[in-house]
Design a protein around this ligand. Structure first.
Ligand code: PBG
Length: 327
């Protein structure tokens, strides 16, 4: 042919060459670890469908956060599981609600060593399991829910959260939370918006982790997004940015890599991807059967999220993979 044959393999010959030329990196600093705290238990409670994860006591939560911090994981996102649930989810904003008690304990122990994020939603706290106030006809009322989200934001900020992360997919939630925070002297508290959050079957294990069953076999399709829609996801993200979000998130992660890449193109804010409970559980289940090398698959999926444009990854693998990467 006259041309030298293109030889891609020259640059793949050794681990050092490959590492030097890697376009994407994965490190403990990329992770946010989701943690659960449950009111009224005397010892951590393993979550069957999320092997390796626990419903923590306040004490074991603080220990786990400290361990993650020492591994170089910069942030946790906290979910509370209250002892009692009611129609409005009032424990979500009670000063003595389990998430607020836990945030104060975390802040006392960790100060600013770790970024404390608080998931901001009502579903863990409502007796019907929806993310907002339910009307007599069973639908979720957007605007009365916004008022309650404002109260939750204040309670979380007052308890020491650095970041609040609204996950309920109500219209206007970022603006409502921003104005509640600013109006009460919490302008420094940031908002990580679950901006493009899909109505996914991959949240199953999470609902075990927070003891949530949606009343009457219902679902969240009237507020979370339809998995068929990509342009709509970009509109959701643009609205959250306009409402004052400091960071935006795509959720779930691996099944929505196209959305993640499109959001990366569209916005300059820090971008997070949530590798959700079902994504973790699938890997763990296959690995437990000896069908997959779980660690290798986890690394491959997590680096794919970075490659697609994520700056941060929320993942139940945070501790395990941070240990591995640090070793
Ligand atoms: C709602 C919320 C959910 C998750 C995070 N925040 C559940 C839902 O929308 O039903 C799911 C996270 C996961 O599956 O890991 N508060």
């Amino acid at each position: 042919m006259g041309f030298p044959q293109t030889r891609m393999r020259r640059l793949r010959r050794s681990p050092v060459l490959r590492d030097m030329l890697a376009e994407t990196s994965l490190s403990a600093k990329d992770f946010v670890a989701p943690l659960f705290v449950r009111e009224g238990i005397g010892a951590p409670n393993p979550i069957a469908s999320l092997p390796g994860a626990f419903q923590h006591t306040v004490g074991s939560l603080v220990e786990e956060a400290r361990r993650l911090c020492n591994l170089g994981v910069p942030a946790i996102i906290l979910f509370g599981v209250p002892a009692t649930k009611d129609a409005t989810g009032s424990q979500a904003w009670a000063a003595e609600g389990v998430a607020q008690v836990a945030l104060r304990a975390l802040r006392d122990e960790l100060g600013d060593d770790m970024v404390l994020m608080a998931d901001l939603c009502l579903d863990e706290y409502t007796d019907h399991g929806h993310c907002g106030v339910v009307r007599p006809d069973g639908s979720v009322d957007n605007d009365s829910t916004l008022e309650l989200y404002g109260r939750v934001a204040l309670a979380q900020a007052e308890a020491g959260a650095h970041v609040v992360a609204p996950s309920g997919m109500m219209d206007g939630q970022v603006a409502a939370i921003r104005s509640a925070l600013d109006g009460a002297g919490h302008a420094e508290v940031a908002v990580l918006a679950y901006a493009a959050k899909f109505a996914s079957a991959l949240y199953g294990p999470f609902r075990d982790a927070v003891d949530v069953t949606i009343a009457g076999g219902g679902d969240r399709r009237a507020y979370q997004q339809d998995p068929r829609n990509k342009r709509e996801a970009l509109r959701e993200v643009a609205l959250d940015v306009a409402e004052g979000a400091d960071m935006v998130m795509v959720k779930p992660a691996v099944t929505y890599l196209d959305i993640l890449a499109a959001v990366r193109q569209a916005v300059d804010l820090p971008l997070a991807a949530y590798h959700v409970s079902g994504e973790y559980a699938m890997i763990k289940a296959a690995a437990a059967n000896g069908w997959l090398d779980g660690t290798a698959v986890a690394l491959e999926q997590l680096v794919a999220l970075k490659r697609a444009g994520a700056d941060l990854v929320l993942t139940y693998f945070a501790g395990e993979v941070a240990e591995l990467l640090g070793a």
